[in-house]
Design a protein around this ligand. Sequence first.
Ligand code: UDP
Length: 336
Amino acid sequence: MRVLVTGGAGYVGSVSVEALVAAGHEVVVLDDLSRGHRAAVVDGARLVEGSYGDAPLLRAVLAATPVDAVLHCAARSLVGESVENPALYYRENVGGGVTLLEGLREAGVRRLVFSSTAAVYGEPTSLPIREDAALAPINPYGETKRSFEGALRWYAGAYGLRSVSLRYFNVAGASERNGEVHDPETHLIPNVLRAVLGLRALTVFGTDYATPDGTCIRDYIHVEDLARAHLLALDATAPDDPRTSGPDGAASALALNLGNGGGFSVREVLAAAELATGAAIPHGIGPRRPGDPPVLVADAARAREVLGWRPERPDLAEIVASAWAWQQDHPAGYPD
Ligand code: UDP
């Protein structure tokens, strides 16, 4: 199948492109390289430099290279930035997202897999979090992801768009080729590894949570396990597939959590990093980071049932070790 991947030069996108190419699919990456990296796009995929929110460009790309399905990974994705500059998040994640949907509608593309997030749930009222939990995001990032999920539901009924929204929990680790580089980097595991390399100071945000060791618990999932789920989700958008069909057989939108279903505390991540690197992790203790819920853990049973997906690398030590291997190979990130 021929697949358009928006954000295919980013972290999750580039590893998903690797998986698509390895499975024999033809891939066109659409990425404006504002946060993605040219070098992250594996040989065998074609990179078009530009934005999914650029209607004329999208029209030209889809006319020149008709695609069967879209993997929509591109988005603004920093919680703090979204609070400071919600306009940017609404303009790109929602406005740009609708431009993408309109381009697909015009081109007759009716299959889409969307990178959503656990941030759509906000502060969970029960754990582990199931897909039918209330969607109550507490920042513009989560809100704009929820808005796009909503658009997918309405586009299904009105225009026959089949979609799967994948609600990622804490994506971590690296493939041999691609790893995590954000600027600024806010995520725990890359920050821990950079602290080992002496590239930055690490602060543990809060040790007074109501958790066994006082630090926050998160559900870390290996980026390659996540990538495999995208391929399975694309299959589920095939015409007439019952997984994206309503009771009347018409197209519908599905949402699935992607996590390991188990949680690790910040201190457990530091211990895993000590094992992986063989070094003590230099760190300080700081106050809680605003907006961090104490525990976020997925109930990922639905993804297992519906997609037949299983995390193959749920082990935290292995996740951190893969990130460490990549970090050592790329101490300065990507060449560009
Ligand atoms: N965290 C931390 N120090 C850092 C980055 C993160 O203590 O430099 C903590 C953060 O407070 C949270 C957990 O690590 O409890 C995971 O944070 P991350 O930003 O990786 O993911 P999030 O769960 O916020 O999406």
